[in-house]
Design a protein around this ligand. Structure first.
Ligand SMILES: Nc1ncnc2c1ncn2[C@@H]1O[C@H](COP(=O)(O)OP(=O)(O)OP(=O)(O)O)[C@@H](O)[C@H]1O
Length: 310
């Protein structure tokens, strides 16, 4: 559905996107995550046909964003990270205006607009002026605007930014509904846990390069290969450290600063090898009080993947 091929964007001598390659299948919710300035908006602007790449291109539904921008636009709904709303219009008039600019007739618009307002939970605000809506409501109205021509692909640049937790949940639920409707959704955020909840696949972007792609669990798994194990012993700390240091899959053994008798190390063995290591330790007379894996949450993973960023 979306194919990104060798996409590169330079601003003068600065490379904002560096040879991006990616395939996104129909019906996928794909999350682009990366720190500020990583290149998310640049990628989205190119996909939305608003910015020309320096090299490479992207295809949406088979149409080239550089050669066939008009056709591409028919297939996409784009929500930029910053958008203006017209303050002299009511919510329903705002959608009516956009519907008309997409060439929908009056009858079609008056049938569609209540449905869209309902989808984004704004039916009760149809007669409110757009400029007095809350930020979350404005974001949802903007999302409704993106849907007016029933595009197959939605390109949403940080749709949940600046929203409070409740508004985020509302936005997430709406995206779930859109996924259930079969839309292909590309969404960006610099908050990994927020994206992980609603995406099928993730691409981590840093300094214009895709540094990891895959399902949320695959990315998790990949990083878990370098897990950290914590060990506390009842006594014989030195003997215990010596024992673990001898294992070829153990590296970087370090004493715990906060707890006596405790240390941790990086471990790249499998789960089975990990259980065998514990059995062997006990067999060798190490009095193990605690043997546990340090929990890495998604934030840690994000920091780990993007640790090259300043
Ligand atoms: N018009 C421009 N001229 C020069 N540099 C630009 C321009 N637009 C973006 N950049 C630079 O390109 C890089 C990528 O910017 P981009 O807006 O794509 O990042 P982003 O991942 O969307 O960041 P954020 O999360 O802060 O929105 C940044 O270093 C930015 O300063």
């Amino acid at each position: 559905m979306i194919e990104i091929l060798n996409l590169t964007k330079k601003y003068g001598s600065f490379t904002a996107l560096d040879n991006l390659n990616l395939n996104i299948e129909k019906g996928t919710v794909f999350g682009f995550v990366g720190p500020n300035g990583a290149g998310k908006s640049t990628t989205f602007s190119i996909l939305a046909t608003l910015l020309a790449p320096t090299e490479g291109t992207a295809y949406i539904n088979g149409f080239d964003v550089t050669r066939d921008p008009k056709k591409v636009r028919r297939h996409i709904g784009y929500m930029p990270d910053f958008f203006g709303v017209y303050d002299q219009l009511k919510a329903s008039e705002y959608l009516d205006f956009y519907g008309a600019s997409y060439g929908l007739g009056p009858a079609e618009r008056s049938a569609l607009i209540p449905q869209l307002l309902e989808l984004v939970n704004l039916s009760h605000k149809k007669d409110s002026y757009v400029d007095v809506l809350s930020r979350g409501m404005k974001q949802r109205l903007c999302l409704a605007r993106c849907l007016i021509h029933d595009p197959e692909v939605l390109i949403l640049d940080e749709p949940a930014s600046g929203l409070d937790p409740r508004a985020r949940i509302e936005m997430r639920d709406i995206l779930k509904e859109l996924k259930a409707m079969g839309k292909t959704i590309v969404i960006s955020s610099h908050i990994l846990p927020e994206l992980a909840e609603m995406c099928d696949e993730l691409g981590v972007i840093e300094n214009g390069q895709l540094v990891a792609t895959g399902t949320v669990s695959a990315i998790h798994q990949k990083l878990k290969a370098n897990k950290v194990l914590n060990v506390t012993v009842l006594d014989g700390l030195e003997k215990a450290i010596g024992f673990f240091e001898d294992d070829p899959k153990v590296t970087a053994v370090q004493l715990d600063e906060k707890e006596e008798r405790a240390f941790h190390f990086a471990y790249n063995g499998t789960e089975r090898e990990q259980t065998e290591l514990l059995e062997k330790a006990i067999h060798n007379g190490i009095h193990v009080l605690n043997f546990s894996e340090e929990k890495t949450d998604l934030e840690d993973i994000f920091l780990e993947i993007t640790k090259g960023d300043e």
